[in-house]
Design a protein around this ligand. Structure first.
Ligand code: OAD
Length: 246
């Protein structure tokens, strides 16, 4: 990490010269808040069949079960709080044009105070109509009763992007990644596409940092591995980036 982030005139109008930074987050960033990841031992996909509760086919064959799964996760979300990693990311906004691109359906980045957040896989606190994906309603942490009719004659369903569905926010996120000077990747196994493909949209010279406590086998893109849990690694990295820029 050199002087790449220094404002051009030394003191500078940092507002104009702010570098662009994207943070791609996954379940690992919320683990220390108490929300389970998916693919770790004891993760959600150990306890639930992913195709039953997170796919279009699963919803079509048993909507009650799928609805119950997301009602449960919404209840769990209401009990937890953002952690030091979510909070540290907010500090970046003073020094970088910061966009959070999250695969998480929790609202912990919002509650921590981040301003620009793209939810690739939807939001637990929202439902959308089966008749029209554009009709969305915020239900907070309340239960969705199935079947509950939406005004357009569809049925309200969790506003989650399931396997077998398009990722509507992908192109918006890809554009942010293309422009980024720095990409931080935090707490994701990078196993789910197209979200995982975002790391390949970076421009030449974009520095990529990966905050991941475990070994990383993937080596087909250049990154600096911060081998720590998000609650330690993210605040450390945020402060290093701010020092490099300030
Ligand atoms: P995964 O469960 O696949 O990966 C979580 C990653 O976080 C793993 O690499 C862990 O090693 C790492 N991890 C665990 N604890 C951590 C900690 N305290 N700090 C930092 N990292 C930690 O979760 P995602 O990659 O987010 O999609 O999964 C991607 C998508 O798969 C999810 O959005 C979800 C799921 O199926 C849908 O349901 C549509």
């Amino acid at each position: 990490m050199g002087n790449d982030f220094k404002a051009t005139d030394g003191s500078a109008d940092k507002k104009i010269n702010k570098p662009k930074l994207v943070v791609l987050t996954g379940a690992g960033i919320s683990a220390e808040s108490g929300l389970s990841t998916f693919r770790d031992s004891d993760g959600l996909w150990e306890k639930h069949n992913v195709m039953e509760v997170a796919s279009v086919e699963g919803y079509q064959s048993n909507p009650e079960l799928v609805n119950k799964f997301y009602n449960y996760r919404r209840t769990e979300l209401a009990k937890v709080e953002p952690n030091a990693a979510h909070k540290a990311l907010v500090e970046l906004e003073q020094y970088f044009h910061t966009t959070i691109v999250t695969q998480n359906v929790d609202d912990l980045h919002e509650r921590a105070g981040s301003e620009s957040i793209i939810h690739l896989h939807g939001k637990l606190t929202e439902v959308c109509s089966t008749a029209n994906g554009n009709l969305i309603k915020d239900i907070g942490y309340t239960m969705l009763n199935h079947p509950e009719q939406a005004p357009d004659k569809g049925i309200w369903r969790p506003n989650i992007v399931w396997f077998g569905e398009l990722v509507p926010q992908l192109e918006v996120a890809a554009e942010k990644v293309r422009e980024a000077d720095v990409l931080m990747v935090v707490g994701t196994s990078l196993q789910v596409y197209p979200a995982a493909s975002l790391v390949y949209y970076t421009k030449p010279g974009c520095q990529i940092f990966l905050v991941e406590p475990n070994e990383v086998l993937q080596n087909d893109f250049d990154f600096i591995h911060v081998k720590q849990k998000a609650v330690e690694g993210v605040p450390n990295l945020v402060h290093k980036l701010i020092m490099a820029f300030a």
